[in-house]
Design a protein around this ligand. Structure first.
Ligand code: ZN
Length: 275
């Protein structure tokens, strides 16, 4: 087991938000995400680079995903993620999905067959509003199967991924288990706190701590609950080691660090203590 040390305490850590791409498209895919956010990418999103950088930083588990911008990509991305999870036992995989998937049950059967634990959606890249009526059966089916849905949430420049839209889904499906990435809504942190809540709504810390003050980040964590907050890096956007430094800067207690770094992740994805 790989541990990370801080202030004389050892922690087990999981990165709950990382992207990986197949070798032949990794550089292009990484660059296009960097361009979209105007943030220079720190790495190339290759599985072995994630495993290596993560290990160097003391991270023991990684939630890996990739986004399908076309429905035809769903199957091949999912096979790729499944294969990498077999190759790297420290990876927990989420499947890709697309709003044009017709056979919802069939595609989720395949996701489960591949051993994936949920699905990742990026409404701004995929161009659908989170609360699109056609997506509700997807969320219901994922919930029924215990698959976790990770949403990219928030972007002031766009409306698709607004935390308000996720709140509208939760009004209809109050028990929906989902992760609202980036402290509930990138660049919409105040809106996220104002409108979004739910028994099974989690947030991750990825791509936010570079922009939000520790005090504001603690407010978001308090709103959603320390038991519902996951550490994440948004690799390849950020270096795992640097994101951990930002995380320590929040000044959480030892118990809170344990929860956010690993315990919540392990509980949400039903991990035993293996590995
Ligand atoms: Zn993401």
């Amino acid at each position: 087991m790989i541990m990370v040390e801080f202030a004389g305490v050892s922690y087990r850590a999981a990165d709950a938000h990382a992207h990986i791409y197949p070798g032949k498209i990794a550089e292009k895919a990484t660059a296009s995400v960097g361009d979209f956010y105007g943030i220079p990418m720190q790495n190339v999103g290759l599985p072995h680079v994630l495993a290596q950088r993560g290990k160097e930083a003391g991270i023991d588990r990684f939630l890996v995903c990739s986004v399908a911008t076309k429905v035809e990509q769903v199957g091949s991305i999912n096979r790729f993620i499944g294969e990498k999870c077999r190759q790297y036992p420290e990876f927990v995989g989420l499947g890709a999905w697309h709003q044009d998937v017709e056979d919802i049950g069939g595609e989720m059967d395949e996701i489960e067959r591949l051993g994936l634990k949920g699905i990742k959606l990026h409404p701004d890249f995929q161009k659908f509003p989170i609360d699109a009526p056609g997506m509700l059966p997807v969320y219901e089916e994922a919930s029924r199967r215990g698959l976790v849905v990770l949403f990219h949430t928030g972007d002031r420049r766009m409306d698709f991924s607004s935390p308000r839209r996720l709140a509208a889904v939760l009004e209809k499906l109050p028990d929906f288990t989902c992760i609202a990435a980036h402290l509930g809504g990138y660049t919409e942190w105040e809106e996220a706190k104002a409108c979004l809540r739910g028994t099974n709504v989690y947030i991750d810390t990825s791509s936010s701590l570079f922009m939000v003050s520790p005090e504001k980040a603690r407010e978001s964590i308090a709103h959603f609950g320390v038991g519902h907050t996951l550490f994440g890096t948004d690799f390849p956007m950020w270096q795992p080691g640097e994101e951990l430094e930002r995380f320590w800067g929040l000044g959480l207690s030892e118990e809170e660090n344990r929860a956010v770094l690993y315990e919540n992740f392990a509980r949400l994805f039903g991990l035993g203590d293996a590995l």
